[in-house]
Design a protein around this ligand. Structure first.
Ligand SMILES: [Zn+2]
Ligand SMILES: [Zn+2]
Length: 739
């Protein structure tokens, strides 16, 4: 994406009472609606409540009205909501994001107004401070309350907080209020966030880190748009470096946003922020309460949240003066929203920053090929951190050629790996066994007839989860008990698990290392992010000898005692026809290996593979990253696929299989708008997962040259067809996965 000139068209910024204004609502309508500005007028961008039929709905004053209806037929805006008006740059961002992702504007506005009770007046709460008067009689309990208030100076407390801190009943506080010794006040619930101090405890940076931090600081100070790839091996201190860019942003009086891929990371991250800036930042993710959500949304808009840490949807917060967006682990697939509005938060961060003149930092040890290519082409600046913190080096990587190992069919730990694990345990160190498969076994097969148990609603096999004592469909979440007899041939007791999941690997580990303390880390084994965090902390503190984990462990957790990583099946990600399979395997293996040897102890990564000569495996082992990226880039350039060409995936789904194939065929035939821009259409074909939740899925793929006007051609093409009532069509620009 490239920066754009700002403020393409000028609109009035204020509308007087009775002016005709165009309001974009969150309702699924294909146009804005005209209303009359309310008493007192309203600003352009104002959040308003408007009548729509018998209902009241949320909207934003987008600009002057169309004026197609007679004035006297127009209804008035009901009221202007208590929120800072949406800024013009935000409106432009939503428009351009809608164009890019081919999303209707009301859906974009819904993304940007994900705050509960926007229409309510700010709710008040009662707080308590030190009063002027002396109590008539000073008891011991009363003096404790006064002491707490005096100790904290001007601070205010809720009733419960104050009573608890003083160790008295709430009645004692109330008694002091009656006497005027304690003051009771009403205060808005949505309080500004505590100020962060950019000058507070900065950590000492190494020469390389200091140089990168200085470059980022200079970028932020310039006040202009720019994107930087901050590439650093695991443990090189990327976070410390980009927090210095955040510090500069705070000094400039602008707001900073850090996007993280996973909630589990947030608490560790928040503590680091608190240590650096003396207070915690605002949070925005699915784990926060509704009250916090509303507070974060409102304070971002009021400029009273200086620093927000959040998941991808934080990009749609109404920042008042955004100066910096950091996308940490920018290659992470969770940045791609795969439901509803299909967008990639990394690309949208670049778009938003280019509109508001902010800096973007894309941080990763293993960047996406798109980002790598943009840096190669000079569109993004690139900063490299090559040294690991505390003298540690990237672990040594070796393959274990599984063709030379003799293992029974129900064992997955080779003798070579077993000996390596044993040596670590003897040395009081930790080993990680990595297997990117949840559950007990990926396939349950009948040994009498060969039938594999599948999901009733999807074309997917059911995965046995022994922990849950059920079979689970990883596509739709459907579960059922493990049957006693084969549903196909009726044979009894012949169903058998095939292949390993982490639970089954756990059994093998317990059998092979009976003395070892074993922990299994898999997202489905923990009820909450908090339970998972506790488990991670226990491991970091040395309460396990062997850790078994899925890709959950690849994401930035710090295990100082870990010195060995064994990858059970390095070939797993190489199967399948996904365009990004090689890139993903490369990234995942590098990240997992990066877990080993983060302190002074050197690490070792052992990859069990049946194809040690595969180019991706060889690139992983050699550690020659740039060679891997260049080879992968060349393959994609030859094939004309992203980032050297453009692609869009169209998925049609319906309970009626005939309908989806009929429409798919018609779309392939009537593709003139696409052919005019030189684009090619492939399909229709059954999607790789041809049925999910009972809906049949058909896919078309569109490929076009880089720089061609793909979105407008797609919009014209799709607009030609009338969709049957039960058929859903979704367009995915730059698809990340092809299911
Ligand atoms: Zn059978
Ligand atoms: Zn299913």
């Amino acid at each position: 994406m490239t920066p754009v000139p700002r403020n393409p068209e000028k609109h009035p910024s204020f509308f007087d009472e009775g002016d005709v204004v165009g309001v974009l609502t969150t309702q699924p309508l294909d146009r804005r609606l005209d209303y009359l500005a309310p008493e007192g007028g309203c600003f352009a961008g104002a959040f308003v409540e408007v009548p729509l039929g018998p209902r009241k709905v949320l909207g934003v004053v987008w600009g002057p009205g169309e004026g197609t209806f007679a004035r006297e037929k127009l209804r008035s805006v009901i009221r202007v909501l208590d929120a800072a008006p949406m800024r013009e740059e935000m409106r432009e961002f939503l428009l351009r994001a809608a164009d890019y992702t081919l999303t209707p504007m009301p859906a974009m506005l819904r993304l940007a107004t994900r705050s509960p009770e926007l229409g309510d007046p700010p709710s008040m709460r009662t707080i308590y401070r030190l009063g002027e008067a002396e109590p008539d009689r000073m008891t011991e309990a009363r003096s404790k309350v006064i002491a707490v208030l005096e100790e904290f100076g001007d601070a205010a407390f809720t009733l419960g907080e104050l009573a608890e801190m003083a160790g008295v009943s709430t009645g004692v506080v109330k008694g002091l209020v009656k006497q005027g010794a304690v003051r009771e006040e009403a205060s808005p619930r949505d309080l500004p966030y505590p100020p962060l101090d950019p000058g507070s405890a900065a950590v000492e940076l190494t020469g390389e880190q200091a140089a990168a931090a200085e470059a980022l600081r200079a970028g932020v100070a310039s006040g202009a748009y720019e994107t930087t790839l901050l590439k650093g091996v695991t443990g090189s201190g990327k976070t410390e470096v980009y927090l210095e860019a955040v510090a500069e942003c705070l000094r400039q009086g602008r707001q900073a946003l850090v996007l993280l891929p996973e909630i589990a990371l947030t608490s560790e991250f928040l503590s680091r922020v608190e240590a650096r800036f003396g207070a915690r930042p605002a949070e925005w993710h699915s784990g926060i309460t509704m009250t916090e959500r509303r507070r974060c949304w409102k304070m971002a808009g009021a400029g009273r949240a200086q620093f927000v840490v959040g998941a991808r949807s934080a990009l749609f917060l109404p920042f008042r003066e955004l100066g910096l967006i950091v996308v940490d682990e920018e290659h992470d697939t969770s940045y791609k929203q795969e439901d509803g509005v299909l967008y990639n938060a990394r690309d949208m961060a670049v778009l938003r920053a280019s509109i508001c003149g902010a800096q973007v930092v894309l941080a990763s040890a293993t960047p996406s090929l798109e980002t790598w290519a943009n840096a190669e082409a000079g569109k993004y600046r690139r900063l490299d951190l090559t040294a690991r913190f505390g003298e540690a080096v990237m672990p040594q990587m070796r393959a274990i050629d599984m063709r030379a190992e003799t293992l029974p069919a129900t064992r997955w730990i080779s003798e070579t790996l077993r000996r390596a694990v044993e040596a670590r345990i003897a040395a009081g160190e930790q080993a990680l066994l990595f297997l990117n498969r949840r559950g007990y076994a990926p396939v349950t097969i009948c040994r009498a007839c060969g039938h594999q148990i599948g999901c009733d609603h999807c074309d997917a096999r059911m995965v046995e989860h022994r922990f849950l004592k059920r079979l689970v469909c990883h596509q739709c979440g459907e579960t059922k008990p493990i049957p006693a007899t084969c549903p196909s041939c009726g044979a009894e007791g012949r169903l058998a698990p095939v292949g390993p999941g982490v639970e089954r690997l756990g059994e093998e580990v317990s059998a092979v290392f009976p003395e070892a303390r074993v922990k299994v880390l898999s997202s489905d084994l923990f009820g909450s992010a908090r339970a998972l965090k506790a488990e991670i902390e226990a491991i970091a503190a040395g309460e396990a000898d062997i850790v078994i984990g899925t890709q959950l462990v690849a994401k930035g957790h710090n295990f100082p005692l870990l010195t060995l990583v064994g990858v059970i099946d390095a070939d797993l990600g190489l199967q399948g026809s996904d365009l990004r399979a090689a890139e993903r395997t490369f990234q995942l293996m590098r990240q997992v290996a990066g877990r080993a040897g983060r302190r002074e102890k050197p690490g070792l990564a052992l990859l069990q593979t049946y194809q040690p000569e595969h180019p991706v495996i060889r690139a992983i082992l050699s550690g020659e990253e740039e060679a891997f990226w260049r080879a992968e880039a060349e393959e994609r350039r030859q094939a004309g696929v992203p980032p050297y060409g453009r692609m869009a995936g169209i998925i049609l789904s319906s309970p009626n299989v005939q309908e989806v194939f009929d429409l798919g065929g018609e779309m392939a035939r009537r593709s003139d708008p696409l052919r005019r821009i030189g684009a090619e259409v492939y399909g229709p074909a059954a999607a790789p997962i041809a049925r999910i939740r009972g809906r049949h899925r058909v896919r078309l793929l569109v490929r076009a040259a880089k720089g061609s006007p793909l979105q407008s051609a797609l919009a014209e093409w799709v607009g030609q067809f009338r969709l049957p009532a039960n058929l859903r069509l979704s367009v995915d620009i730059d698809p990340q996965s092809f299911y």
